[in-house]
Design a protein around this ligand. Structure first.
Ligand SMILES: *[C@@H]1O[C@H](CO)[C@@H](O)[C@H](O)[C@H]1NC(C)=O
Ligand SMILES: *[C@@H]1O[C@H](CO)[C@@H](O)[C@H](O)[C@H]1NC(C)=O
Ligand SMILES: *[C@@H]1O[C@H](CO)[C@@H](O)[C@H](O)[C@H]1NC(C)=O
Ligand SMILES: *[C@@H]1O[C@H](CO)[C@@H](O)[C@H](O)[C@H]1NC(C)=O
Ligand SMILES: *[C@@H]1O[C@H](CO)[C@@H](O)[C@H](O)[C@H]1NC(C)=O
Length: 306
């Protein structure tokens, strides 16, 4: 088995061929690596060989990859199996299980022709080989899956720690990170921050913030509360969104409004007699209705002078 590794230095490609002895030295290189088998196999065996020993069968994604492969692959007695197969009558990338789009196809002229369809046994040409070192180099041909050809595999550059808060996407020379909402940076290691100054503390209130990814950053949440006798005019917490903006304006603490009293005098239910003059409470107070209770706290006693 031979394998090639290529990686970029600036924008120029360098390719190498190593003996399989060096294989383990290259497992941590963060760039796409290609491999081919020395043994010929039917398509299913070739796929298994790729998946067990590498990442998967080659899925051609761009012209640069094709250029690299046709330069690097040696001419052999057959061509190479690649990771496309007809599934339910649809040409499909087996690695992603996605249908081949018309733009992505690279068939050789006149292909796919399903040429062996009418042969004895009836098996159609449901697998795909890539031509090398002929006038259609790099182009595809549909073939019967039971034919023996060399497996063409790759090892992915994406490792599970390649992107901190994002999805790793393979590219020809390397990989890139598609960051999740709220994150950015080459490895999606940076978190969006919201303006801390905008989380103002209201008069008669307080605010308590909890942070998921960093102080006043994406997904941080600030919950407001008010002193007794006051209530928030908006009860939702402020949440730091992926666009670096708070989800809400800070609320204010408003005095609790009590309901109209219909017959306050009815609530006076105890009468005391006192031997000396006392002042009756003149002021029944605007505030003292208990928070949330929405009921006036009326004096429960009435003082009377005898
Ligand atoms: C993986 O590679 C080794 C060495 O070439 C081979 O013996 C083994 O059969 C391969 N795995 C599969 C599933 O073909
Ligand atoms: C093929 O199509 C049938 C019917 O649409 C579906 O049930 C089956 O799962 C498909 N097979 C594959 C391998 O996608
Ligand atoms: C990668 O994932 C494997 C299995 O899911 C885990 O054991 C390993 O620790 C992970 N490595 C890193 C660097 O996260
Ligand atoms: C802030 O909120 C968290 C979670 O809701 C709670 O555990 C913590 O005690 C609160 N801190 C203060 C100062 O209220
Ligand atoms: C709460 O009150 C403040 C000040 O009156 C006001 O600016 C804000 O828009 C109010 N918020 C809501 C949700 O009504």
């Amino acid at each position: 088995m031979k394998f090639g590794v290529f990686h970029t230095h600036g924008s120029s490609w360098t390719s190498f061929i190593f003996s399989s002895l060096m294989l383990c030295m290259w497992t941590s290189v963060e760039s796409w690596s290609y491999y081919y088998s020395d043994k010929k196999m039917v398509w299913d065996e070739a796929r298994d060989w790729c998946r067990e020993n590498y990442t998967d069968m080659v899925a051609i994604q761009n012209k640069g990859e094709i250029r690299h492969l046709i330069k690097w692959l040696p001419k052999k007695d057959t061509y190479y199996w690649i990771g496309i197969r007809k599934i339910n009558d649809t040409w499909t990338w087996v690695g992603t299980n996605k249908a081949l789009t018309v733009e992505a196809t690279n068939w050789a002229r006149g292909e796919p022709n399903n040429q062996n369809k009418h042969l004895k046994g009836g098996a159609g040409e449901d697998c795909v080989e890539m031509y090398i070192q002929n006038r259609y180099a790099g182009r595809w041909n549909d073939e019967r899956c039971t034919k023996l050809k060399y497996a063409l595999c790759y090892t992915a550059a994406c490792k599970n720690d390649s992107c901190h808060h994002g999805e790793c996407v393979e590219t020809i020379n390397s990989h890139k990170c598609d960051c999740f909402t709220g994150f950015y940076g080459e490895k999606c290691e940076q978190v969006v921050k919201c303006n801390k100054e905008e989380v103002t503390t209201p008069d008669k209130g307080s605010v308590n913030c909890t942070h998921q990814y960093g102080d006043f950053s994406y997904d941080s949440s600030c919950q407001y509360s008010c002193e007794e006798g006051y209530q928030l005019n908006m009860s939702r917490p402020l949440t730091c969104t992926g666009t670096a903006k708070w989800s809400e304006q800070p609320p204010t603490c408003e005095p609790v409004q009590c309901q109209e009293l219909s017959r306050p005098e009815r609530r006076i239910h105890k009468v005391f007699r006192s031997p000396w003059p006392i002042q009756l409470p003149v002021h029944l107070g605007p505030v003292p209705c208990s928070p949330g209770a929405r009921e006036w706290l009326l004096p429960a006693v009435e003082m009377m002078q005898t």
